[in-house]
Design a protein. Sequence first.
Length: 168
Amino acid sequence: MYLMGQRDNMSNITTDFNYKTVEYNQLLNDFKALLKKNNLKFTIQREVILETLYNSDEHLTPESLHNLIQAKFPNLNTGIATVYRTLSLLEESEIVTSLSFGAQGKKYELGAKHHHDHLICTSCGSITEFVDEQIEDRQKKIADALGFKMQDHSMQIYGICKNCQIKE
Ligand SMILES: [Zn+2]
Ligand SMILES: [Zn+2]
């Protein structure tokens, strides 16, 4: 059985969430259905957007996703506008989720990953994923105590990463 992430033996913090909770073929079928629903054609350009997101463990800006696609499939000439439009569509249907970087825009990742929170470096834009069982538990207790039916949560911690602190 797959263990959820890598456990840090000092604490209950899990920091590796690369495991995908859905098979690629399933996701591709969902994507095809989504395109159909929106009267959009299933094209190879749109498929490589999904595939590249699926195979990346990074949180990607539309520009970095576009660069990856151009490097890997230069002959497809996938336009940046197609990347933007496809990402919005995927986000609306919750196949991908995004993190906001204020003026710098958004970074996207596949939704089909185990729940995790994020540490975001406001200097270099690097992202570290984590889950802390105590924080997860506290949130449930707070919602319960306030009679709130929690469905989901997201937590972003903004600051300066280790590397950027060294550079300063
Ligand atoms: Zn940094
Ligand atoms: Zn993430």
